[in-house]
Design a protein around this ligand. Structure first.
Ligand code: TXA
Ligand code: MG
Length: 331
């Protein structure tokens, strides 16, 4: 059921559900998360089961503030502290060394843990209420609230369509960021960008005072991260990235014979008949991030067979959107 997230009764009900070892969906500024008490391996196991996600893929643990990170992290390297100071609460996840007894199931058994302090007021209210419960719930393990390999949800209705009406979903409206947090690994001596989000490389580098490395630059293989699998975030329809000119030509050639196609482009595209659904991609990267997953889901709901997308501009502000589109197209 979907409950108003800004109501204290909803928060109390969510805390009681989590304390009983059950799952709750919560809004964050990036996407909706499917949450469990990070301190209970039995509760965390339900997340993996519900998502159909392999249990050795680590989840992100959400905390109410930066000091709470030390419940799960055995240390906070200086570079991580600088990033927390600059971006928490906000759309940034830090990979830190894990405390031996904390969040083992959430971390997928790894010696590291992904931590994030979300900026959404409903997420914040829930995390605070959890911390104040007795016994306290010190963190919420929460991957995106979608089945494994599917597009992340940015609206309560998306979550309900993934997991059904029995799940308690806190309604926080449409997620203002729209794509998942940037992930920086702070356990390798140098900061490594595992997943781009809406924060630009430049913003992150200027906060840490160091160049960000890419996983491929690192000598050892990157830890398992499902958000970094080549084909992830895929809608049901086949996604293809195509320059606007080619896209227009293909539509012109197909004419009235075009199958159901969803088109998402910044350039104005002409299409005949109503088998082709055209959505205009905004000129602004942040605006596009906000609507991207909802647009992909709408195309799926309209049962298009193909989604043709004009590649985003080759600019740093578009890194997160470009990354998600590339992965969707690899599906
Ligand atoms: O914006 C977000 O980050 C959303 C909201 C709900 O907070 N969460 C999210 O979670 O995207 P999820 O589980 O779908 O993606 C988490 C990513 C995965 O790629 C996971 O493998 C990686 O974070 N990750 C988590 N812990 C890690 C660790 N210890 N080492 C390496 N990667 C880790
Ligand atoms: Mg995910």
């Amino acid at each position: 059921m979907i409950l108003p997230g800004d109501h204290p009764d909803s928060i109390a009900r969510a805390v009681a559900t989590l304390a009983a070892g059950e799952l709750v969906a919560l809004p964050t500024e990036t996407v909706y998360g499917l949450a469990a008490d990070a301190g209970r391996d039995d509760a965390v196991a339900k997340i993996f089961a519900a998502k159909g996600r392999p249990s050795d893929h680590p989840l992100i643990v959400h905390v109410p503030d930066a000091p709470s990170a030390t419940h799960f992290a055995s240390s906070v390297p200086p570079v991580a502290q600088r990033l927390m100071d600059a971006f928490w609460p906000g759309p940034l996840t830090l990979i830190l060394p894990r405390r031996a007894q904390a969040g083992a199931a959430a971390a997928g058994g790894q010696a590291t843990i992904g931590l994030r302090c979300p900026a959404h007021p409903v997420a914040h209210a829930l995390l605070l209420a959890c911390a104040q419960a007795s016994p306290p719930i010190l963190g919420l393990a929460a991957p995106s609230a979608n089945r494994f390999g599917r597009v992340s949800p940015t609206m309560p209705a998306h979550v309900e369509s993934e997991f059904g009406a029995s799940l308690l979903i806190l309604d926080g409206g449409a997620c203002p960021v729209g794509i998942e947090s940037s992930i920086v690994d702070c356990t390798r001596g140098v900061p490594v960008l595992l997943r781009p989000g809406v924060l630009t490389r430049e913003q992150i580098e200027s906060a840490c005072g160091e160049r960000l490395r890419d996983p491929l630059d690192m000598p050892d293989a990157a830890p398992r991260a499902s958000g970094t699998l080549a084909s992830h975030y895929a809608p049901t329809a086949k996604v293809r990235l195509m320059p606007a000119g080619m896209l227009q030509t293909a539509l012109d050639v197909l004419g009235a014979d075009a199958p159901r196609i969803g088109v998402y482009a910044r350039t104005a595209i002409r299409a005949r008949g109503d088998s082709v659904r055209v959505r205009r991609m905004p000129d602004d990267a942040a605006e596009t991030a906000r609507q991207l997953f909802a647009v992909l889901r709408e195309f799926d709901d309209q049962q298009v067979r193909l989604i043709w997308v004009e590649p985003p501009p080759d600019e740093p502000a578009w890194d997160g959107v470009r990354d998600r589109l590339r992965r969707a197209a690899a599906g």
